[in-house]
Design a binder for this molecule. Sequence first.
Ligand SMILES: [Ca+2]
Ligand SMILES: [Ca+2]
Length: 156
Amino acid sequence: MCNGESEDEQQVCKTRSCGDIMSKCDNGYQCVFNFMKCDGYADCLDGSDENPDLCIENRICPVGMVKCRNNVQCIYEMQFCSGFPDCSDDSDENSNICTKDRVCPTGMSRCSENNPMCLYNSWFCNNQPECIHNEDENPSSCFNRPKGSKIFPWLT
Ligand SMILES: [Ca+2]
Ligand SMILES: [Ca+2]
């Protein structure tokens, strides 16, 4: 849906909003995740997510996002140390950042003592595993915790 399958569909897709964590491509009908902008790979059919005028060093990240080491791509804090490379330069999984004593920013907690990924506190126990070993949904720690949500904290 909204990948350019037909003219009619494109017209419908042009009217929708991409929400807060996605952005419109210049073609007006596709949405791509904000973290896919400037990652060196064309996700928009028109390639506009990799527009060289947009993907400049020192570009400003949207609220809640932080820079990869290349200073061009922005990803969410929880994508660091997630066990999956999200930065095109892999800097989010760098062993210098993902250390045993990594401290999470305010409002976030480590997945576990052994897993340095930081997750928004409100995303623990929301029935959707985010940590690579599902530590955030551990039944014994979620047993008497209020059920979490899956809304980025700055949007609530
Ligand atoms: Ca891209
Ligand atoms: Ca990652």
